[in-house]
Design a protein around this ligand. Structure first.
Ligand code: ADP
Ligand code: ZN
Length: 679
């Protein structure tokens, strides 16, 4: 007998012989120890078969006629990875044109393959959790909940304005599951601090948490708790979608539109889409929640693929905040970042003892330094990106590769001394605000201030305890928080988000500003939102001002239809990486020539099959062209975008392209299925 063993490495399964004495112990999903290259590795049994020795897809079989090696030991009595989860892992490897092994690596903590026992389960949150407030549901919440509870399977879009009580619906739906378990996905740590408290207060020890602040030991112990059936709910970011529950009954994706559900390296998966696949595979329910659903999700809900549930009212019928767009080309201002108007609003709000949120979606002090004599700007030596000045560390940092350098006193090019800081990031906005309102108590929240474990959690706590007047930061301040005392929310420079060369940037901008606006006026006093921009007539603002999601959706949908972008098509992006710029251009000419052959073949094929369906199965190939960010980490980047309505045809074409360029040397190709970043 033989078994296919999957290892947590970028490869498909490898075939081994099962020695007779191990035959009874081998089951799908158990861990085994097997010889691998010159050493040994722990892997998972993916399948067991009666096969003769010389089958072809033997793992080591690039060299033919190799004799298969035997498995050395079986490490578990019972399957460690349940079959459905194993299927999901395989699906993810295939769907993302990656490998099952890489999917396994993302799905299961590495400690599992090191034969480690679970680590200390000490997860330190400073304070005792407050007892849960139990309230009567609103009519809208009741209605949504009863639809969810009555169903055994299926996908739901819970579209609820900010502050409408979506989380309460999730929690009640989990409580109604009986003995089944639930997975709740939240986007990155920004959301989890308060969420964790809410789930701790409701589920106590029966909740497990996955977030980026966990040590490998803690991660492992959370994983085991779930695997051993000790918890009711797993709350976490991305990889929690692979939580090893035996019989989950529900998956929740909070803020389903969030870009951070997509992983940008390695297995480029979307946790939301993997969750949808898992729900289907397990035959269970899934709730996608958002105040600003992604275009794709809303479109599919309209088409009936998801059941549509709406919460139109904020809790206690609190009014939506008033939104004012400030035209920075005409507003009076004495500082770089703030109009006089916004400053006086902030001053007044502080004097009333209320809190404010300020967002500038750019960290650091200044996005570039320029020599006013010769125009020299500092660029990252490894990336085609200007460096951002960070005042606290006095360094110029690259936000792509993380490298930094010390600026010199004189311009490196002309030796001039008139070097200027252009534009503002959060550090400068902080400095300017403190200078304008010295009595202010302010905390900054961006990636630089939240690097240390629990630092994010502490800032949120200080805000909750009203120790802070103003919380200023990047998009981290806009997301998920429920601070009842916040009555003013402001955007310093809306234009940062608006003008990225990406067809999704209006959508993201609308979502981000709506989220930020949603933080204001959740308590006893109504909220006011101020958005400063140099482009006040951009159509996005019309819809942000009126909290008009459907209006925005319609407008945007028409634009997408015209260009047949998602949701009217699906995309696959192939990124080609080169060490050398000239070589890149040369090799890409070869790639282009081979692509022409593929497209020609495809055209004739689809015409032969059915002339009318050519559009349906057709795959449009855009590029190759240099990527908008031409160089990252010393690699020159070109890309290609495949666009088509038929997902299978699209993936087939991508696979075909990869196959035809396999022999080209000096180039690394990465595939991104359903990309959400085209830079
Ligand atoms: P959303 O996630 O939709 O923005 P939340 O779930 O954060 O909204 O709810 C907003 C606030 O209202 C929270 O403080 C929550 O505890 C509270 N809340 C939720 N449901 C109710 C209810 N039925 N009655 C009173 N307060 C509620
Ligand atoms: Zn760089």
């Amino acid at each position: 007998m033989q078994a296919d063993i999957l290892f947590p490495i970028n490869a498909e399964a490898f075939t081994y012989i099962i020695p007779e004495e191990l035959e009874a112990k081998i089951k799908i999903g158990v861990r085994v120890l097997a010889p691998f290259k010159r050493g040994k590795k722990v892997g998972i049994v993916q399948s067991v078969e009666l096969r003769s020795q010389n089958t072809d897809n033997a793992g080591f079989s690039l060299r033919k006629e190799i004799t298969l090696k035997p498995i050395e030991a079986v490490l578990d009595n019972e399957p460690l990875i349940y079959e459905n989860l194993l299927k999901l892992i395989k699906w993810a490897g295939q769907y993302y044109i990656s490998t099952s092994g890489l999917a396994l690596k993302n799905a299961v903590p590495s400690g599992i393959f090191e034969g480690k026992k679970s680590g200390r389960s000490r997860i330190t949150y400073d304070e005792e959790v407050k007892p849960a407030k139990i309230f009567a549901l609103t009519d809208e919440q009741k209605k949504a909940l009863s639809v969810i509870n009555d169903a055994r399977s299926g996908a739901f879009l819970l579209h609820g304005v900010t502050g409408s009580g979506k989380t309460e619906v999730y929690i009640r739906a989990i409580e109604a599951l009986g003995d089944k378990e639930a997975i709740v996905l939240v986007p990155e740590i920004a959301l989890t601090a308060q969420m964790i408290d809410r789930f701790r207060s409701r589920f106590g020890e029966k909740a497990a948490f996955f977030h980026s602040g966990l040590s490998p030991g803690e991660r492992l112990s959370q994983w085991w708790k779930i695997r051993n059936g000790e918890v009711k709910v797993a709350l976490g970011v991305r990889s929690a979608v692979f939580a090893p529950f035996k019989s989950p009954g529900l998956i929740v994706i909070d803020e389903e539109h969030e870009a951070s559900y997509k992983q940008f390296e390695g297995l480029r998966y979307s946790a939301r889409d993997v969750a949808l696949a898992r729900a289907k595979l397990e035959g269970i329910k899934i709730i996608l929640g958002s105040a600003t659903p992604s275009m794709e999700t809303f479109y599919h809900a309209k088409k009936g693929k998801l059941a549509y549930l709406e919460l139109k009212q904020r809790i206690e019928r609190k009014p939506m905040p008033r939104v004012e767009i400030l035209d920075m080309t005409t507003e009076e201002k004495k500082t770089l970042s703030y109009s006089d108007k916004l400053l006086s609003v902030l001053k007044e709000n502080i004097s009333l003892g209320r809190q404010s949120l300020i967002m500038l979606n750019r960290r650091g002090y200044s996005p570039f330094l320029i020599c006013t004599d010769c125009g020299y700007t500092y660029k990252c030596p490894a990336c085609s990106i200007t460096l951002t000045y960070h005042k606290d560390t006095k360094t110029l940092n690259c936000h792509y590769c993380g490298s930094y350098l010390k600026p010199q006193d004189v311009c490196p090019q002309c030796k001039g001394v008139k070097v200027k800081y252009i534009g503002a990031g959060t550090q400068r906005a902080e400095e300017e605000l403190i200078a304008a309102i010295p009595e202010l108590s302010l905390k900054r929240m961006d990636r630089d201030t939240t690097r240390r474990k629990l630092s994010h959690y502490r800032i949120v706590k200080d805000m909750e305890d009203k120790k802070i007047d103003v919380l200023l930061g990047t998009q981290m301040v806009a997301k998920g928080h429920d601070f009842p005392n916040v009555t003013v929310a402001a955007v310093v420079l809306a234009d940062v988000a608006l003008n990225l060369p990406d067809f999704r940037s209006p959508e993201r901008t609308f979502q981000l500003f709506t989220q930020l606006a949603g933080r204001a006026g959740r308590g006893d006093f109504p909220g006011d939102v101020y958005i400063q921009t140099y482009e006040p007539h951009h159509y996005v603002f019309d819809y942000v001002r009126d909290h008009d999601y459907t209006g925005f959706y319609q407008k945007e949908l028409d634009l997408r239809r015209e260009l047949s972008y998602p949701p009217f098509s699906k995309l696959i992006r192939i990124i080609f990486n080169f060490k050398n710029k000239e070589n890149a251009a040369k090799v890409m000419r070869v790639v282009s020539a081979r692509l022409k052959k593929i497209t020609a073949a495809q055209d004739s094929r689809s015409r032969i099959q059915d002339p009318r369906s050519a559009g349906e199965a057709g795959v449009e190939i855009l590029g190759p062209a240099p990527a908008p960010v031409e160089k990252i980490r010393n690699l020159w980047r070109w890309h290609l975008i495949l666009k088509g309505k038929n997902s299978k045809a699209l993936r087939r074409t991508a696979a075909e392209i990869l196959e035809t360029i396999k022999d080209i040397k000096g180039m690394k190709a990465d595939v991104d299925v359903d990309p959400i970043n085209l830079l």
